[in-house]
Design a protein around this ligand. Structure first.
Ligand SMILES: C[S@@+](CC[C@H](N)C(=O)[O-])C[C@H]1O[C@@H](n2cnc3c(N)ncnc32)[C@H](O)[C@@H]1O
Length: 179
């Protein structure tokens, strides 16, 4: 699947809910040996990412205007991803809305199907309650183990990260390795 999409064999990383693609573009630019797919459901944002990839001549960055869980569940070939990134996913703070949260135990299981052994799932959020909740959900899935060496601080920033930084909010990060 991915060799046809990118025209070459290289590790593939997915940025789910990529927003305006600031992070995905930075990664694609600084890591030409890796392939990146930005998944974003809003047309305006997906278009911005596509323009960044075209203007920057970034053949290693593709965009999918799609719902993240639909993509992972139905379109992504099993065991083909090296990493999945979730940066500032919508926290849905009200309890009655928790069912809308993307990183639940079911989705963690579906991600485990898509990511190969040794691959990473990375979460960054400004919402401590959501962070604790999501960590508990991923830990229910036996296919993931916390990667203690990953701090996420070496990663480039994103649009929402910059906004939250200005507001002085805390950042919570965790990565899990596919076992
Ligand atoms: C809070 S923003 C974070 C954007 C970006 N990751 C960043 O750090 O700047 C969340 C983004 O995820 C997108 N999004 C939310 N749910 C989604 C879903 N189920 N599938 C695809 N995109 C989604 C939203 O449209 C929005 O652009």
């Amino acid at each position: 699947m991915w060799p046809e999409v990118f025209g070459r064999i290289a590790p593939v990383e997915i940025d789910l809910g990529a927003g305006d693609g600031v992070y995905a573009e930075a990664r694609a630019r600084s890591e030409p040996g890796r392939n990146f797919v930005a998944v974003e459901r809003l047309l305006g944002r997906a278009t911005k990412i596509a323009k960044k990839a075209i203007r920057g001549g970034l053949g290693n960055l593709k965009v999918l205007r799609l719902e993240s869980s639909y993509f992972i569940r139905n379109l992504c070939a099993v065991g083909t991803l090296d990493a999945v990134t979730l940066r500032y996913p919508d926290p849905w703070p009200k309890r009655r809305h928790h069912g809308n949260r993307i990183l639940n135990s079911k989705f963690a299981g579906e991600l485990a199907q898509a990511v190969w052994i040794g691959g990473l799932l990375k979460l960054t959020t400004d919402d401590s309650e959501y962070f604790q909740w999501a960590c508990g959900e991923v830990d229910q899935c036996r296919a993931w183990k916390v990667e203690p060496g990953w701090t996420g601080r070496e990663e480039p920033t994103s649009e929402f990260e910059e906004q939250f930084k200005k507001e002085g909010r805390s950042v919570y990060r965790r990565a899990w390795v596919r076992i």
